[in-house]
Ligand binder design. Structure first.
Ligand SMILES: [Zn+2]
Ligand SMILES: [Zn+2]
Length: 359
């Protein structure tokens, strides 16, 4: 099957014929229909977290089940599915606590001794987070998959497996925003825009979108932001304080750098919570004024929106199908796999919401 393969960090992906093994008893072959182009793919392409090469990027995928291993009962051929990097084993201590995002046994690669799932001229090929979505087919563990309603458009469903669950989940599960709360979202890329939609869904009173790119702020307004702040022109913290008469109940930080994490805490009202979604560099340190903790302000992190994706993704599909979640606006364009290199480069100066590769 045809796949876009990364051979050297920083290089373009090369189009290759990759071989797929037959599925093991707990594995599933999926024919790819749509695969979102996420900022994480771009940072991995550049070598931010040197993974084994050659590598197939792409991790928010939807498709149709083609074949299943003999022990698979969850899906059967013909089922429509989406993937999630937050796969789970069901038995480790984190799964038992309901925190699947921290599962210690995600099944991203086969057990030692088994031939690799994918290969190129006899060399093992690594699918990113066990998925590898920039390819015509996936061979994955069944617990990376969630079944979709058959009427759910698969290009829209692909948006849910990473940016959707993370942004919506940050609001619903991590921050637990309540109806009437005020919310600021710092960073309006794919995840931030989903956080804006999540804040609207749960009935936030004020939804303040903050970014440095006006086109992203326009998107945020279409998706439910009540106010927007161009942080390249004004001080975001001061402006939030003016707009809200003190500060917000929730700041959702989706950038992952020191200044914005510190701003998220600084723009909180008394008893407010800053939820950091952005993935920070491992060496990054941040400073917060400790005296503010007396005001019962909190700062917390979340991984993948603390999602339980087999509950969350079908729920978001229902919301989309009933007109309550505007994934149409979020999907800015679809492209062919041959154009994936251009789409990845566009992420260095993004202007739209989400690009999806369709097959
Ligand atoms: Zn587990
Ligand atoms: Zn992603």
């Amino acid at each position: 099957m045809r796949a876009a393969v990364l051979h050297t960090f920083g290089d373009d992906l090369a189009f290759e014929e990759v071989s797929l093994e037959a599925p093991d008893p707990d594995e599933v072959v999926v024919r790819t229909v749509a695969s979102g182009v996420c900022h994480t793919d771009r940072t991995m392409q550049k070598g931010a977290n040197p993974l084994p090469l050659p590598l197939i990027l792409g991790h928010e995928v939807s498709g149709v089940v083609e074949a299943v291993g003999r022990n698979v009962t969850y899906v059967r051929p013909g089922d429509h599915v989406a993937t999630c990097a937050s796969s789970f084993c069901g038995t480790c201590r984190w799964c038992q606590r309901g925190a699947l995002q921290h599962c210690e046994n995600k099944g991203r690669s086969r057990p030692a001794g088994r031939p690799p799932r994918l290969s190129l001229d006899g060399t093992p090929v690594e699918p990113f987070v066990g998925l590898g979505g920039f390819a015509e087919q996936l061979l994955v563990h069944e617990r990376t998959l969630v079944k979709l309603p058959q009427e759910m458009p698969l290009d829209k469903a692909a948006l849910l497996g990473c940016a959707g669950i993370t942004g919506l989940g940050a609001v619903r599960h991590a921050a637990q925003v309540q109806a009437g709360d005020t919310v600021a979202v710092i960073g309006c890329g794919g995840v931030g825009l989903n956080a804006v939609m999540g804040a609207r869904l749960v009935g936030a009173s004020r939804i303040i979108a903050i970014d440095r790119i006006p086109a992203k702020l326009d998107f945020a307004r279409r998706l439910g932001a009540t106010d927007t702040i161009d942080a390249s022109r004004v001080d975001a913290v001061e402006t939030v304080r003016e707009l809200t008469g003190g500060g917000v109940d929730h700041a959702i930080e989706v950038v992952g750098i020191g200044p914005t994490i510190e701003q998220a805490f600084a723009m909180l009202d008394t008893m407010g919570t800053a939820t950091v979604v952005g993935v920070a560099h491992p060496d990054l340190q941040v400073q917060i004024p400790a005296a503010q903790l007396l005001l019962e302000k909190r700062i917390q992190g979340t991984k993948m929106g603390s999602t339980r994706f087999r509950l969350d993704i079908p729920f978001y599909c229902d919301l989309y199908l009933s007109g309550r979640l505007d994934l149409d606006a979020l999907l800015s364009r679809t492209i062919d796999l041959v154009d994936v290199n251009l789409a990845l480069k566009d992420l260095d100066a993004p202007t739209g919401a989400r690009t999806v590769v369709t097959f």
